[in-house]
Ligand binder design. Structure first.
Ligand code: APR
Length: 235
């Protein structure tokens, strides 16, 4: 009971904290054209629109609270005798606020600002505007520190290394539609890790996961973590 666990987190984990998912009915990509608000080309065309989009998501995330799934995953990190790495596609800070510390935000963070001119990073103000200037180089080229479509997610080397060493790979609350995140389960299978999907309903890739637990994250994740910490699940 000391195996290495890699968790891959998607928007479904923050859904019950009131933060929208992307591809569920009425989700963010039903409301916005992702090409306009989540691509470098969209930012170049209309930076004010992109700032409005992320300012609204930042406010939602800052006003949201961690749910029982975030809290249970923090307990897993604290109570599991082996390594636990939480790789999240989410850009909110609810895992940090629930107490998780070993985590990688592969798609960036709403709490971060990035200078498109010099690459400088600093804590994002609650509201970012086109005229904000970079504290590093002074250019008015500030953007949210978010990975957009067509850009390389952050820390992929560390992520692939952790998956290659994993004994258990758990995908929680993600549709598995966006690569490279969606390809991590295949890497885990190559590394002969056990693979588990926890999702509202199984994502559309039958046979990819050894095991599937279906249900709302705030209900089924705590139950799974309690079983793990009670030694009822061996890996
Ligand atoms: N509990 C558990 N799972 C849930 C819940 C819930 N309460 N509500 C929704 N889900 C599941 C859905 O069934 C779906 O499988 O969460 C998943 C949400 O899928 P997406 O909206 O596609 O979100 P995600 O997989 O995180 O998207 C990946 O795509 O747009 C990009 O950068 C964005 O990080 C995002 C990436």
């Amino acid at each position: 009971m000391t195996g290495r666990i890699v968790l891959l987190i998607g928007a479904g984990v923050s859904a019950e904290s009131g933060l929208g998912t992307f591809r569920d009915k009425g989700g963010l990509w039903d409301q916005y054209d992702l090409a306009e608000v989540a691509t470098p080309e969209g930012f170049a065309r209309n930076p004010a629109l992109v700032h409005d989009f992320y300012n609204a998501r930042r406010a939602n995330a800052l006003d949201a609270t961690p749910n029982a799934a975030h809290e249970a995953l923090a307990r897993l990190e604290q109570g599991w005798p082996g390594e636990v790495l939480l790789v999240t596609q989410n850009v909110d800070d609810l895992h940090e606020r629930a107490g998780s510390s070993r985590l990688i935000h592969m798609h960036g963070v709403l709490t971060g600002a990035l200078c498109a001119a010099c690459g400088h990073r600093w804590p994002a103000p609650r509201v970012m505007t086109v005229t904000d200037s970079c504290p590093g180089c002074g250019a008015s080229a500030t953007r949210p520190d978010i990975v957009w479509f067509g850009e390389m997610p952050y820390r992929m080397e560390a992520i692939y290394e952790a998956v290659a060493q994993a004994d258990l790979f758990v995908s929680i609350g993600t549709s598995g539609e966006v690569y490279p995140a969606a390809g991590l389960v295949e890497e885990a299978r190559i590394a002969r890790a056990e693979t588990l999907e926890i999702n509202l309903e199984p994502s559309s890739r039958p046979g990819v996961f050894d095991q599937v637990i279906a249900g709302p994250a705030s209900e089924v994740v705590p139950l799974w973590v309690e079983k793990m910490l009670a030694g009822e699940i061996q890996i």
